[in-house]
Design a protein around this ligand. Structure first.
Ligand code: ADE
Length: 244
């Protein structure tokens, strides 16, 4: 059973399909955990020239995506009554890990990609939410859609495989992940911390937690406001701040 269907409305379906047939998401698709379908509004045009955009009312430079092919395309997509429909735009709500977790609970998610010159305001009406992936402007919504498919798709059971744990990664419990090492123990004068080379698992667990707290305090102190912290974490942070 396919757990999660992504439906992407885009003028560039190949961009979506290329990414989603590669690496971990590609494996999730091949294994039948995920499905990614791309739909091109151009295929839903009624006119001879298959025109998807037109000049803006009121004048000005550039072209604007027309509503009719967009609506016809969108209306051909299967969904449940409560399925999220996301419009990609830098004007949207900033995308967070909590959104990825929420979206992973749905069986159908539709993503609408705008185009750099803009879309007719009436296209907004089909979206249940508007999403931004950051305070910068892309040439289209495709990279934003792929970012969301990647972040949500990896949370679908089976996609990462049994050996990979989601429990201790960045943003779980709201903290950044601490440093990781593999062999060799010495590399160009940089050595693996002694505690990781010993076999004391309690010490290793404590060290990792402390490193996550240090890294979060250094790089994203704002995250400490909402992170799930224990009394021990708070004491450690208080000491750390004293020593600064
Ligand atoms: N389309 C263009 N820029 C974008 C952004 N930052 N986030 C989402 N969609 C976009």
């Amino acid at each position: 059973m396919i757990a999660m269907h992504f439906h992407v409305v885009t003028l560039f379906p190949d961009l979506i399909q290329t990414y989603c047939s590669t690496s971990i998401i590609g494996r999730g698709v091949k294994a039948g955990h995920l499905a990614v379908n791309a739909y091109n509004p151009r295929d839903y045009c009624q006119d001879k020239y298959r025109k998807v955009d037109d000049t803006p009312y009121g004048g000005g430079a550039g072209m604007v995506l027309k509503p009719e092919p967009f609506y016809a395309c969108f209306e051909s997509i299967p969904r449940e009554p409560d399925s999220p429909v996301l419009l990609m735009t830098p004007q949207g709500k900033p995308f967070k890990q909590a959104d990825a977790q929420r979206l992973a609970g749905h069986s159908h998610v539709t993503l609408l990609c705008g185009h750099y010159e803009g879309f007719d305001e009436r296209i907004r009406a089909v979206a249940t939410e508007e999403i931004s992936i950051g305070d910068f402007v892309l040439t289209g919504g495709e990279l934003a859609s792929l970012t969301i498919i990647d972040a949500v798709g990896r949370l679908v059971p089976g996609v990462l495989g049994a050996s990979t744990s989601l429990d201790h990664e960045s943003f779980n419990e709201g903290l950044l992940e601490g440093p990781q090492y593999t062999k060799p123990p010495e590399f160009r004068g940089m050595s693996v911390p002694e505690v990781l080379r010993g076999g004391n698992h309690a010490h290793i667990t404590e060290w990792r937690r402390q490193q996550a707290l240090i890294r979060t305090l250094e790089r994203r102190p704002d995250l400490l406001q909402t992170a799930k912290l224990t009394e021990k974490d708070r004491k450690f942070l208080a000491k750390l701040k004293e020593s600064l």
